[in-house]
Design a protein around this ligand. Structure first.
Ligand code: GLN
Length: 252
């Protein structure tokens, strides 16, 4: 575990929020590290201090945790973090049950489910925090995505061989307006239980979806400080990028 105070702290901080990034070496492909950077920067813009803890396999768990992030990875990367994930399983399940916000993308989304069975038939057990099961396929699902979610419209980019099926009663993260989503057939994307969100969307997802970022930060800052006092943030460039993708994909 390495902890780094994010540079450029506000002169008068509204409080310190601790972010944990799970396995940034093995599980951060397609720019998913950008989610952690986006949240740390955004916290600063809102007047909070951010501490990012990179959690590596075998390292001790940080004392304070207000939000947990995980990214995508190759099947081989997923296999490399298995052992540590088993060590941290009860802790992560406890934090999830306690309402700690978490965002798990692609490979880590699969490992937060019941299991991921690779295209070669290897079964990687998951944490079971999300009631989803994934099976690898020879054909990958690749391309830009637009979703409708309870937090608003979300844009991103998917690239996965795993097809994910939701358990009975498992809420998806969103409904697919464009793209494949969990499996290309049932119109669902990702999964959500309490404050834990799993999704296939890279991009990275957070910079182009500021409302989703602030949703996570509100939960994290409230845990850390007892309240959420956002500042005015200029999201015009992010909104442009977001709207451009929506226009291109939904309105032809
Ligand atoms: N290995 C997984 C799959 O292809 C995850 C891929 C990813 O994280 N981008 O389904």
């Amino acid at each position: 575990m390495t902890a780094t105070a994010d540079g450029g702290e506000p002169a008068v901080s509204k409080g310190t929020v601790h972010l944990v990034h799970l396995y940034p070496r093995e599980m951060s492909i397609y720019g998913d590290l950008g989610n952690t950077r986006a949240l740390a920067s955004r916290l600063r813009w809102h007047g909070y201090s951010a501490v990012v803890h990179d959690h590596h396999p075998g390292a001790p768990w940080p004392e304070q945790v207000h939000l947990v992030l995980g990214g995508g990875g190759q099947d081989s990367g997923q296999a490399r973090v298995q052992e540590d994930l088993a060590v941290q399983a009860d802790r992560l399940r406890g934090l999830a049950a306690d309402g700690v916000p978490m965002l798990m993308i692609c490979g880590m989304y699969q490992l937060f489910g019941q299991a991921f069975v690779t295209a070669e038939g290897r079964r990687l057990p998951g944490l079971g925090i999300l009631d989803v099961t994934t099976t690898g396929n020879p054909t990958r699902m690749i391309g830009p995505v637009v979703l409708d979610t309870p937090i608003g419209q979300v844009v991103g980019y998917e690239n996965h061989s795993g097809a994910t099926v939701l358990g009975e009663g498992q809420e998806p993260f969103g409904r697919v307006r464009h793209g494949q989503g969990n499996n290309g057939t049932d119109g669902t994307e990702g999964a959500r239980t309490g404050n834990v969100i799993g999704s296939y969307l890279h991009g990275p997802i957070l910079p182009a979806n500021p409302a989703l970022s602030d949703h996570l930060l509100e939960l994290a800052a409230t845990r850390a400080t007892g309240s959420w006092e956002p500042a005015e943030v200029d999201d015009s460039i992010a909104e442009q990028a977001h709207q451009r993708q929506v226009r291109r994909l939904l309105r032809g």
